[in-house]
Design a protein around this ligand. Structure first.
Ligand code: PMP
Length: 361
């Protein structure tokens, strides 16, 4: 078997033991004689598993009882639109904090359903820093304030939730959920596509304070209404059973590996190793992002001469390092360091980077 060191931004690396367990259980899940994909979500076995998965997530993230947990579909992108559909009515406004590609997209997809107020944006600074909280133009009557806690492409991350007063804070955590402890109580709604720190794509986790489920909405089909999904335990229609199962395996893996505090420490070590390599390269590599907001999950970096990019990618791939090509919007490189990427992978990467710089410097 040859597994690569996988730095993909998403869909991304999953823990090896999770994949091995899924492989072992594929043909005969839980003594049922069939795979988990081949049986009803209304069956006793699936329902028991689904409840356990939710309980494990609640324990890992310390989710209070007055929050509902939904196992949804449609990708985070669908929820860019569905969130304003559920939290605002015609004429309402919502504050958006734009810190990179994904929060910008969230705002533009919300615009048909809510008056979007860009309360802060660091676009004119190429998203290399975040605008200071004191400069945000928040509206105390906004339906909610939206942030992306981690910008997967631009590599900036909120290390703490901003204080937004009594207006519910809505956070796209697609690329940093479960990477460390968060105080769920600080948020009205947390959502995350699964394909980075949770499992396969096609599953979206939503953690929503229950009072927000009761907000009046415009007329719309039940399938778009979070309150209906909550009332039916995310089984209003057929859920992504495979994604739910794999998420459950990842949650067990997290519990077995020290939970979110242990992940935070590991992610700190991994990202510091990579940033210190970049910063200490004498200008061979660069990451121009304001250090306090540098992401611990996605590290974009450039080579001093972009003519070397092709060689870097080709040689890194030959060395077993996968998916280091940067997003096309930024060029250069990007290493994504999600939970399932071990410290050893980052050590192999920085050893390669030192060696590459020596040979091409
Ligand atoms: N938000 C963030 C922070 C993301 O990184 C992504 C995908 N990379 C999305 C939203 C969109 O997710 P999806 O493609 O699953 O809709």
């Amino acid at each position: 078997m040859s597994r690569v060191w996988n730095f993909s931004a998403g869909p991304a690396a999953l823990p090896l033991s999770v994949l091995e367990r899924a492989q072992r259980e594929l043909l005969d899940w839980n003594g049922s004689g069939a795979s988990v994909m081949e049986q009803s979500h209304r069956g006793k076995r699936f329902i028991a598993m689904a409840q356990q998965v939710e309980a494990n997530l609640r324990e890992l993230m310390d989710i209070p009882d007055d929050y509902a947990v939904l196992f949804e579909q449609g990708g985070a992108t669908q929820h860019f639109a569905q969130i304003p559909m559920n939290l605002a009515v015609e004429g309402d406004s919502a504050d958006y904090i734009i810190t990179g590609h994904w929060s910008e997209k969230a705002a533009s997809e919300a615009a048909p359903y809510v008056r979007v107020n860009v309360a802060a944006t660091s676009k004119s600074e190429s998203y290399l820093r975040m605008s200071a909280r004191e400069t945000w133009k928040l509206d105390p009557n906004a339906s909610y304030v939206h942030i992306a806690t981690n910008e997967t492409i631009h590599g900036v991350q909120f290390k703490q939730p901003p204080d937004v007063g009594n207006v519910p804070l809505v956070a796209d955590m697609s690329s940093d959920i479960l990477s460390g402890p968060v105080d769920v109580r600080r948020y009205g709604l947390i959502y995350a596509g699964a394909q980075k720190n949770i499992g396969p794509s096609g599953l979206v986790l939503i953690i929503i304070r229950r009072d927000l489920l009761e907000r009046p909405t415009r007329p719309m089909a039940k399938i778009f209404r979070y309150v209906e999904h909550a009332a039916h335990d995310s089984m209003l229609n057929t859920p992504n059973t495979w994604g739910w199962y794999l998420a459950g395996l990842t949650f067990e893996w997290l519990k077995d590996n020290g939970g979110l505090a242990a992940m935070a420490e590991l992610n700190r070590q991994k990202s510091e190793l990579l940033y210190s390599t970049i910063d200490g390269s004498g200008g061979f590599y660069a990451n121009p992002i304001d250090p306090p907001v540098r992401s611990r999950m996605n590290v974009p970096f450039t080579l001093h001469d972009s003519a070397l990019d092709a060689a870097f990618l080709q040689e890194s791939e030959a060395a077993g390092l996968l998916a280091l090509k940067g997003h096309k919007a930024l060029g250069g490189m990007r290493a994504s360091l999600y939970n399932a990427v071990p410290l050893q992978a980052v050590q192999v990467l920085v050893d390669f980077m030192h060696d590459f710089a020596r040979r091409h410097g």
